[in-house]
Design a binder for this molecule. Structure first.
Ligand code: NCD
Ligand code: ZN
Length: 454
């Protein structure tokens, strides 16, 4: 037992508990539903308590608006390094995210060069410093097996491309997969997979429309690659990117794997537009496929919503269809489009908050996505009476276009990051820069979500 003198000394050197800096009051999404509460935020930007708060701290009442946890978009491409000068950057992309209610992005490694070794990782972190409006979790790609152990100590996750796509020319062959899975399983990091089997692509050299593109890279190619994934070892933390059909949903749920769907595959079909702005990998599918994916999403059977934000410059998208690059922008419109579906009564708020906020944050091991003590106070204030229209030229991305031109959207009125307001009245006002984060379970602090089979 330490004597009184030593105890006093220990008490004096212990940091004092954080004090309450702000109380947000209003109807908030807490424990699965909207309820009137007060949220106490401490001076370190964490949620201290939720309920009835007795504190002299400044109090803000959001009135008729609602308070939601801010979203995580685990699939974006910000094009640094190597993007053309007119392309998206970490600076512009993260402001778009903030305005769209996204507080953490998973940034993908298919840059020029791809993020595939520790030098590239350092270069990317250097580019983030002081320039990001929200936090980033950086995915690396395991194209060089020797670089994997070092990358695993720094990167936030791995991305495996099973088919050629923007910036990726030589995907691993099916024979290489078992060895690759083993190496990645040892890292304990999340592994996101672009699942299309190029062996099932058709040889049509001149696709001229989204319908033809869908025939070129058919559902069968996605099915085959998802089947490869289900045969990977259980200890691998596997996630399928941009699943496009309910067949895929059923297969992945049966295998207990994580997966995402994008707003474009949920809301657009291969007949929504005829030009290369509607060219994306995997392709937009038939209206019947789209509708069944949407039904699965509405029922809460798609765990994660992610944008696959791929903001190609409009000049590139104006090329003839067969030569135009694949990909659509989406980080700024993802949540606003789906909040609009909630307003229209087409989607439960609970399903949306789980898919856009809670589940992706848990998958990436982040204390985000829930209004609960101990979580970061990354919150949105949303006013469902303030409807707006999506206009490509007004989005923050320099690409200046969107496949959702003219769609109704509900943009967050305010966005708090660690208790600091970074969006006010729909304008970006943030001052403290975003940082690079890693899954806390990779640091030994939290357990990764368990694999559950349906
Ligand atoms: C993405 C891009 O442009 O970076 N394109 C796309 O069509 N989704 C790459 C990718 O995720 O396949
Ligand atoms: Zn992508």
């Amino acid at each position: 037992m330490p004597g009184p003198a030593r105890r006093r000394k220990a008490e004096a050197s212990r940091p004092s508990p954080p004090s309450i800096a702000l109380v947000l009051a209003g109807r908030a999404f807490v424990r699965g539903r909207l309820q009137p509460v007060e949220i106490a935020i401490d001076d370190e930007g964490r949620i201290d308590s939720v309920g009835k708060i007795r504190s002299g701290a400044p109090r803000r009442d959001v009135g008729d608006a609602v308070i939601l946890p801010a979203a995580t978009d685990m699939h974006v491409h910000f094009r640094e390094p190597g993007g053309p000068s007119e392309a998206e950057t970490i600076a512009t992309g993260t402001v778009g995210a903030a305005l769209g209610g996204v507080t953490l992005v998973g940034e993908m490694p298919n840059t020029q060069p791809p993020l595939s070794d520790i030098e590239q990782w350092r270069e990317k972190v250097h580019r983030v410093e002081g320039r990001a409006a929200v936090d980033l979790l950086l995915f690396a790609t395991p194209s060089d097996p020797r670089a994997v152990p070092a990358l695993a100590r720094h990167a936030g996750g791995f991305k495996v491309y099973l088919a050629p796509t923007t910036g990726i020319d030589r995907p691993p062959s099916p024979e290489e997969l078992p060895g690759l899975w083993e190496r990645l399983a040892d890292t304990r990091l999340p592994v996101s997979v672009h699942a299309e089997d190029p062996g099932r692509f058709s040889r049509d050299e001149h696709p001229t429309s989204p319908v033809a593109w869908n025939a070129c890279r058919p559902v069968a190619a996605e099915e085959a690659a998802l089947e490869w994934m289900t045969r990977a070892p259980d200890r691998l933390r596997l996630h399928a990117a941009h699943v496009t059909t309910v067949l895929g949903v059923d297969r992945l749920r049966a295998a207990g794997l994580s997966f995402e769907a994008t707003p474009h595959h949920l809301l657009l079909s291969d007949r929504s537009g005829a030009d290369a702005r509607f060219k994306v990998n995997p392709p937009l599918r038939s209206e019947a496929d789209r509708r069944s994916l949407w039904e699965a999403f509405r029922k809460g059977r798609v765990p994660i919503l992610a944008s696959d934000h791929a903001p190609h410059p409009s000049e590139a998208k104006a090329l003839p269809f067969e030569r135009a690059p694949s990909g659509v922008p989406g980080v700024e419109t993802m949540l606003p489009l789906l909040l609009s579906e909630v307003r229209a009564g087409e989607l439960d708020l609970k399903v949306l908050v789980e898919a856009a906020c809670d589940h992706p944050a848990r998958w990436l091991g982040q204390p985000l996505g829930r209004i609960a003590p101990g979580h970061r106070a990354n919150l949105l204030v949303v006013d469902f009476t303030r409807r707006s229209t999506v206009v490509g030229a007004k989005l923050r991305s320099p690409c200046g276009w969107t496949p959702f031109e003219g769609w109704e959207a509900i943009r967050p009125r305010e966005h708090y990051r660690d208790g600091e307001r970074i969006v006010e009245d729909g304008e970006f006002v943030g001052r403290s820069p975003g940082k690079v984060v890693r899954p806390e379970y990779a640091l030994g602090e939290r357990e990764p979500p368990a694999r559950e089979r349906e």
